[in-house]
Design a binder for this molecule. Structure first.
Ligand SMILES: Nc1ncnc2c1ncn2[C@@H]1O[C@H](COP(=O)(O)OP(=O)(O)OP(=O)(O)O)[C@@H](O)[C@H]1O
Length: 228
């Protein structure tokens, strides 16, 4: 489904972090949001997911307004967040995580394990026994099992060894080819380009123009726009 954001303002207490974000990401496209530490990238994905309340503006997924709806309603509408730092439960096994997240739909447990075979070998391991890369794969698996139409990924490769980070990026690139709409937060442009050619910078609470890289998905820039 297409994500359309218009005039989005959000912040914490007396401070405003997002000062009117405008963005369209067409269905089946991945867009990477880049920006310095503290630029507001996490605030943007948290506001889309309803964890931070939008002060004004609109967030629509497939034409349905999500802004200011509760987080559980936004999740049910098809938005899944893979949070920064992964957040898996230390005392639950991989299999239990998968069972907890599962909703009926095209992403079955088997399809998820086919995409992330390493998890299949770790089904009885607990969250605190997983490597960083395995925990990240599990966080992605949990998100997919909720049958998302929009996947939000907040710095999924942060803190991972080089080879694992590359594996995570190739999984995300693969997901965009399934028709999922993806918004990826990244610090490093070269990492973002391994997933998608479409990059945008968040600066001073607003987004710049979308720039085109030469890697990642091959669907072209058609339709991605940052309204001003
Ligand atoms: N819960 C909060 N309460 C108050 N201020 C916050 C909160 N979370 C973030 N901020 C502030 O909002 C601003 C944007 O933070 P945010 O985490 O969205 O940035 P970011 O671009 O994701 O940074 P990073 O790359 O370090 O994760 C920062 O100034 C930060 O200090």
């Amino acid at each position: 489904m297409t994500l359309t954001i218009e005039g989005l303002h959000a912040g914490y207490g007396g401070g405003t972090v997002l000062h009117g974000v405008d963005l369209t990401v067409p269905e089946g496209t991945a867009l990477a949001v880049l920006g310095m530490n503290g630029a507001g990238k996490t605030t943007l994905v948290h506001t889309i997911a309803g964890l931070v309340k939008a002060r004004s503006g609109s967030v629509q997924l497939g034409g349905t307004e999500l802004a200011r709806r509760p987080a559980h309603a936004i999740a049910r509408a098809g938005v899944a967040l893979v949070p920064q730092g992964r957040r898996v439960f230390a005392s639950l096994t991989v299999a239990e995580h998968l069972t907890l997240s599962r909703r009926k739909g095209e992403w079955t447990r088997q399809r998820v394990l086919d995409l992330l075979p390493r998890l299949g070998e770790r089904l009885t391991h607990k969250g605190n026994q997983l490597s960083g890369g395995e925990a990240q794969m599990l966080a992605i698996a949990r998100a997919l099992l909720t049958q998302p139409r929009l996947l939000l990924l907040d710095e999924p490769c942060e803190g991972l060894a080089v080879d694992l980070a590359a594996r995570v990026r190739s999984v995300v690139a693969e997901l965009t080819r399934t028709g999922l709409t993806v918004l990826l937060v990244e610090q490093q442009p070269e990492h973002a380009r391994a997933v998608t050619g479409h990059l945008v910078h968040l600066e001073n609470g607003t987004l710049g123009a979308v720039t085109e890289g030469d890697e990642g998905d091959t669907q072209g820039a058609a339709g991605i726009s940052v309204l001003r």
